[in-house]
Design a protein around this ligand. Structure first.
Ligand code: KG4
Ligand code: ZN
Length: 341
């Protein structure tokens, strides 16, 4: 069985083709990504109008490229999938309309996919069989979710952020420090030569009897630290960058790791998965791995190429939906605020 999926919820245009053979093993035949990061970088963040225009330019050649790389024809595809939300409305519409048009032209089904479900199951993309029950920490630019995944489609929301998402906090703090967009990888790079204990920054909501997160207090604390260090002009000096980045990163990671382990203990689940763009962060991976080893919990990480936005994870969700007979109607719209649970 062959699925072609399109992802266009934010600033990456992506197309993937996934194959499932008789043994049940999914295989990615093509996973193409056209990044718009350079286009948005000079504005310091994603500009929705520019994003949708560039999705529309990039998408058709990317579909052709994916078919060529997978060495299949459009008529060989068994279903067409696209991200239907959450994301930027005008960007979602581009990928969605293309998938529906391909479905009409070929007579094959259309499958709408929630972007967050893509991230959620991405750590298990190359596994065979049923998805294992696990506590999933999804940390992306728009979301911070702690979910008890019982099986495919059966999810319990344990916690979410009350303000900024983890990736959003990385991006905003990077901007304050004067680092380019997207800030996550820049902070990680600068933090390598910094001291994580240089500045005492808050670990929010650690004592609350729930699994929610809050990063806006931490963001404000970084802002005050910067103005205390630089009372004259408020501008960060080059020699302050590494310590600020390392201290901020350590604060975010400590909260994420401790809450995730606590959620696994409370739910009695012995598997944790980590996904979303922020899961590329090596220090987060290492700290979570250490904590999981201590708690005798198995950690499932995403391959780096599947951590940030991609269409292979959308194709993987569509594959599960196809097998469950869950198809979408052609008049189903996009939903920029679509919830997973
Ligand atoms: O999942 P993703 O590609 O897009 C969304 O669905 O939002 O996540 C993008 C986010 C951005 O905020 C980016 O700064 C962050 O992931 N990110 C990182 C790293 N790489 C990407 N954050 C921390 N460390 C990284 N290495
Ligand atoms: Zn994403």
């Amino acid at each position: 069985m062959l699925i072609l999926a399109i992802e266009s919820s934010c600033d990456e245009t992506a197309v993937a083709i996934i194959h499932r053979d008789e043994s049940g093993e999914p295989k990615i035949l093509a996973s193409e990504i056209s990044s718009q990061i350079d286009i948005h970088r000079k504005w310091g963040g994603v500009v929705p109008e520019l994003a949708s225009r560039n999705h529309s330019l990039a998408l058709s050649p990317l579909i052709q490229q994916a078919l060529e790389n997978a060495e299949v024809g459009i008529q060989d595809i068994d279903a067409f999938a696209a991200t239907s939300g959450p994301g930027l409305a005008s960007s979602l519409l581009v990928g969605n309309t293309a998938a529906k048009a391909l479905s009409v032209a070929t007579g094959k089904p259309y499958i709408a996919v929630n972007h967050m479900e893509g991230h959620l199951i991405s750590p298990f993309l190359q596994d065979q069989g049923e998805l294992p029950a696990n506590i999933a920490l999804i940390v992306s630019g728009g979301h911070t979710l702690l979910i008890h995944m019982k099986s495919f489609g059966d999810y319990e929301l344990l916690g979410t952020t009350l303000d900024d998402a983890a990736g959003e906090a990385f991006d905003k703090v990077a901007k304050m420090i004067g680092l380019p967009y997207p800030g996550g990888p820049e902070i990680e790079k600068a933090a390598k030569s910094g001291n994580p204990a240089a500045f005492a920054l808050p670990r929010s909501m650690m004592k609350e009897p729930n699994f929610n997160f809050s990063f806006s207090g931490l963001k404000t604390a970084v802002l005050y630290t910067i103005s205390d260090l630089n009372p004259d002009d408020g501008a960060v000096k080059p020699e302050q960058v590494a310590d600020l980045c390392a201290s901020f990163q350590a604060a975010v990671i400590e909260v994420l790791v401790k809450k995730t382990i606590k959620a696994a203990r409370k739910s009695g689940v012995n598997k944790i998965s980590l996904s979303g763009g922020v899961s590329c962060n090596r220090t987060l991976q290492q700290e979570l791995q250490k904590a999981c080893d201590n708690a005798r919990i198995e950690l499932h990480l995403c391959q780096p190429a599947l951590s940030t936005d991609n269409a292979a994870m959308i194709a993987f969700v569509a594959l599960h939906k196809y097998l469950a007979g869950e198809f979408s109607s052609l008049d189903q719209g996009i939903d920029p605020n679509q919830k997973l649970v």
